[in-house]
Design a protein around this ligand. Sequence first.
Ligand code: PLP
Length: 375
Amino acid sequence: MNVAVPLTMIPQADPGAAYRAHTGAIDAAIARALDSGWYILGKEGAAFEAEFAAWLGTTHATGCANGTDAIALILRGMGIGAGAAVATVSHTAVASVAAIEMAGATPVLLDIDPVHYTLDPQELDDLLRDPPAGLPPIKAVLLVHLYGQAADLDAIIEITQRHGVALIEDCAQCHGALWHGRKLGTFGVASSFSLYPTKNLGALGDAGIIATNDADLAARIEALRQYGWRERYVSDLVGVNSRLDELQAAVLRVRLPLLDAANARRRAIAAQYSAVLGTAAPALRPGVEHVFHQYVLRRADRAADQAKLRALGIATAVHYPMPVHTQAAYSGRVALGPARCRETETACSQVMSLPIHPELTDAQVHRVTAALATL
Ligand SMILES: *Cc1c(COP(=O)(O)O)cnc(C)c1O
């Protein structure tokens, strides 16, 4: 009789481990917020906003309910809605595209550079030079820095400036990543950060934050996140309810000072994987400090490799299995750029994400590298 040896699975993501690594400090912060008797938009939220802005290097940061709302609030604050189009990629969390439509604007989805999985600057230039008939005027580019690494900022900044189009950064996956020494999220008019539990900086529930150096835009966003209030119960703008609560802000204040070390740990784990994988390792863009929100491989036979790793007790994930433009909610309806997202479709059929969270033990990392050597 065969007796199966129980093999503990290494999860692809592990928000529980992130909590367990700092229970004392997190529990104390939550107790402090509970004791305060003030649960929404109070001292913890204001302190977190100030600390986040100081860490990032912007003059303003405004908390909100999640990273999707953060994008929609930026667009609304900029007056980009019905009658305007916003260019972004199809190779992203559906949230990027959903947020554009939440603001009332029309998304137009472009292809990626297949090596770094971020917006192809050449196609952006082509689109802005010759926009498709019937598309509303393109007012902004929502630039997604996917998996923890910067898009081609030099090219994209030059193109958006030349065409007079605003640049907004979707930083949901790149908290702390650098472009030639400067933090992502400081290049556009404004930037959005999701603080969902598995992001590099995560709450213990939903949360998001918006950063900008534009004081007027920050003031509009601050009003828009709370019914457009000028003062309590008096709305100057048509707003929404998208507030950051005090419990999440208190947790985030514990985690923000730990972020740079957590990102360094992700990079150290990535370096060990890449040493085994050689040319199959993900490409690093020169001049970029990657924060490895995901460690993504491309595999011709993904299903077989996932099964092999699963048998060795290693969970993998796919970010993302379907491009936004092929999903039922968007297919046949959403506008595409001239490249028709062909590289995106190929990437979605091949990408595979390994476990990379900073709480992985050295023994777990060793199990993954040993398994990778068998692929
Ligand atoms: C997670 C994510 C979002 C959405 O954030 P939520 O907090 O889940 O609303 C937006 N864009 C990208 C690229 C993301 O990864």
